[in-house]
Design a binder for this molecule. Structure first.
Ligand code: HMH
Length: 220
């Protein structure tokens, strides 16, 4: 119900953009088994760089929740996400060695650099908790919705990629994204009109960055 969830309203309002981010041709190609493994390897290397920048972003959201949230469980949920990133970086290193991707030799593409700059703007500028929590929820949810689609129903996802899809597509990660959505919704409902507008803009920006990130991965 839209009154209950401002973020769900935005997902519906920006449906077209949302679908382009969560049902991108790259994701569809994984699901139907036609994915080009060199595209997958490109995505892997680029996402490793992204996650390196995502770490300080998530810790900045954690810090904002500690300063600005009166709900203790927010910090616990965000800290859970922050703590999981250590494991995630190890996963990338392990996956890269399996695929013969040299993580030291990777240069970020423009779409990645721009997305990372966007993340950095949250740590350097005075962006409030509501807006940052909205961005955090959106970033995680695009991956969750994309990769869960590759492992549900009648998929033909290559066996070699199932682990990757499971990483973000599993139901625990789905539950974690729902918790982030509840945090964002609660903050948005209490926010001023200006902050609500800013949060919606940030949601749209995340979708655009995610689309560009997939484009970069799938094109040669
Ligand atoms: C580009 N978006 C991108 N990379 C990720 N790893 C996530 C979202 C989810 O953490």
């Amino acid at each position: 119900d839209n009154e209950q969830s401002p973020t769900a309203t935005w997902q519906a309002k920006h449906r077209e953009l949302y679908e382009r981010a969560t049902r991108h041709p790259f994701i569809l190609s994984i699901r139907d088994g036609t994915v080009d493994f060199s595209s997958f390897k490109r995505w892997l290397g680029q996402d490793y760089i992204f996650v390196g920048e995502f770490v300080p972003f998530v810790f900045s959201v954690l810090l904002k929740s500690w300063k600005e949230s009166e709900i203790k469980s927010d910090m616990e949920i965000i800290f859970g996400g922050a703590a999981a990133l250590s494991d995630e970086l190890s996963w990338f290193k392990n996956e890269a060695s399996k695929w013969g991707v040299d993580l030291c030799g990777i240069t970020p593409f423009t779409a990645n650099t721009e997305y990372c700059r966007f993340l950095q703007s949250f740590t350097t500028l005075d962006i409030n908790y509501t807006v940052a929590a909205t961005a955090f929820w959106a970033i995680e949810t695009v991956y969750q919705e994309s990769f869960s689609f590759c492992i549900e129903g009648d998929h033909k996802t290559p066996t070699e990629l199932l682990g990757t899809c499971q990483r973000w597509g599993n139901s625990d990660f789905g539950q974690y994204c729902k918790s982030l959505q509840q945090i964002a919704d609660r903050c948005i409902k209490k926010a001023t009109a200006d902050v609500v507008r800013e949060a919606e803009e940030v949601f749209v920006s995340v979708l655009k960055h995610e689309i560009e990130f997939w484009n970069m991965s799938s094109s040669e």
